[in-house]
Design a binder for this molecule. Structure first.
Ligand code: ADP
Ligand code: ZN
Length: 430
């Protein structure tokens, strides 16, 4: 199913032509309207006319989240404030937030992209869409809300948390699709299990769109299994409108990134040099249609690779492979580079293990992994616990080359956050 068949299946040559035209227009606009870019261009002796081919994107400067903060609040605006319609912010981790402005056209366009995403997974106007993301300054909920309304779904702006009420809404309004973070999805599955609700039999849930934080294929499997639904990976970031940047189609083999709206590059995060399709690196994106706040070569810090193979669904927009983490998520423990996703993959792939975990770093590089047991995972025999603990520690050592201390804790005892999960607690005194 397609929302906009013509653009979603546009042949590659025409798509690239469209990208070039939009890139050139974007570069011309920012050179005229945004002093930050004008200064960068003049330092690099770059003129918009130098962008004659898509490959010339490499001549443009990168934009970083530090640039967004330095130009907070309105420094990167390409329109007058009277032409902005909406403000979102991105929390980030330190200091000032990043302010992201949308014009009327930007709001409509972001909804359009989300509509494409939802329809791509088979959503129709007959679906009831329960939005369990955080509403507010965060883009996660509002942008998809508008997209689902555009498709014509009944949209329930539930927000996250309060699982009792979520369940009531699902029962009373026969929710069919929902949008949720992976950590809350796992928690919610646990909650249903404890309440003795069999989601397959008692609820009308068919699909979930899961995003906003990195998660593994094993986690997807766990959510699908527990709720009897299809789970689609949804990727976006506030700097690029929020959700709706890249989304899985019915085949669930990577996320189509809307290349008529975003020019995608993968670079080596250390050197900044571009990498070929298929290689893992940092995702860099240039907005091709954004009016209020165009961004050139924005460094997302997200680590992924591009899959250029044609997709069975017929869409020509290339796919992003699952995001394995942010380049700044990397932990260095006893000299070894570790991504939290590697740990998650092992934990979520181990039978008997529940749905929540934290990685704690203590003292001089001690790694402690606290992980919940599955609801039905413990038969009361201590030696079984010890065996499970040893198995996990061994599997982790094989994966991350460091042997952590593993602590098994009872189900639903680790803290759950409403928004993005905080998985790593670093108390090291190095
Ligand atoms: P922040 O977390 O910086 O406040 P956002 O709310 O805009 O900002 O979150 C965007 C970030 O969330 C992305 O850059 C990425 O790191 C993460 N993210 C979003 N969707 C996914 C996904 N499907 N898989 C992995 N990571 C994701
Ligand atoms: Zn596809």
């Amino acid at each position: 199913m397609f929302w906009d068949h013509a653009i979603e299946t546009l042949d590659r040559a025409s798509l690239r032509q469209l990208q070039l035209k939009r890139l050139q227009a974007t570069v011309r606009r920012v050179a005229r309207k945004v002093s930050f870019y004008r200064e960068q261009f003049s330092q690099a002796r770059l003129r918009p006319s130098h962008i004659g081919a898509l490959a010339d994107v490499r001549r443009l400067p990168f934009t970083t989240s530090a640039d967004l903060r330095a130009n907070y609040p309105t420094g990167l605006l390409a329109v007058g404030l009277e032409d902005t319609l909406r403000l979102h912010t991105s929390s980030g981790t330190t200091g000032k937030p990043k302010a992201l402005f949308f014009s009327r056209q930007d709001v409509a366009n972001a909804a359009e992209l989300c509509a494409r995403c939802l329809v791509m997974t088979g959503v129709t106007r007959r679906d009831v869409f329960q939005n369990m993301m955080t509403y507010g300054l965060f883009t996660g909920a509002l942008v998809t809300h508008y997209g689902a309304e555009k498709v014509g779904c009944l949209v329930i702006p539930a927000g996250p948390g309060n699982s009792e009420r979520q369940l009531l809404l699902m029962q009373d309004f026969r929710t069919t699709v929902f949008h949720i973070t992976p950590s809350y999805a796992l928690y919610f599955a646990d909650f249903l299990e404890k309440r003795g609700i069999n989601a397959r039999r008692e609820l009308a849930l068919r699909k979930a769109f899961v995003g906003a934080e990195p998660h593994t294929e094993e986690t997807r499997g766990k959510i699908e299994q527990a709720l009897g639904i299809e789970v689609y990976n949804s990727y976006g970031l506030s700097e690029m409108n929020g959700p709706g940047v890249a989304f899985e189609c019915e085949h669930k083999q990577g996320m189509h990134v809307w290349e008529d709206n975003f020019l995608v590059e993968i670079i080596d995060p250390q050197t900044g040099e571009p990498l070929p399709d298929g290689e893992m690196g940092e995702l860099v994106m240039t907005t091709l249609r954004r009016e209020a706040m165009p961004l050139l070569r924005y460094r997302t810090r997200d680590i992924t690779s591009v899959n250029p193979e044609p997709c069975a669904c017929g869409r020509t927009h290339r796919r992003l492979n699952r995001i394995t983490g942010r380049s700044d998520d990397m932990l260095i423990v006893r000299g070894v580079n570790i991504y939290p996703q590697q740990i998650e993959r092992v934990l979520m792939g181990t039978p008997g293990i529940g749905r929540n975990y934290v990685i704690q770093l203590e003292g001089l590089d001690e790694m402690i992994i606290k992980v919940e047991l599955a609801e039905a995972g413990f038969d009361g025999q201590v030696e079984h616990l010890v065996r499970l603990q040893t198995k996990i520690a061994e599997r982790l050592r094989a994966e991350i080359l460091v042997k952590p201390q593993v602590e098994l804790v009872p189900p639903a005892t680790l803290p759950v956050s409403e928004g993005k999960a905080k998985r790593v607690i670093d108390n090291r005194k190095l």
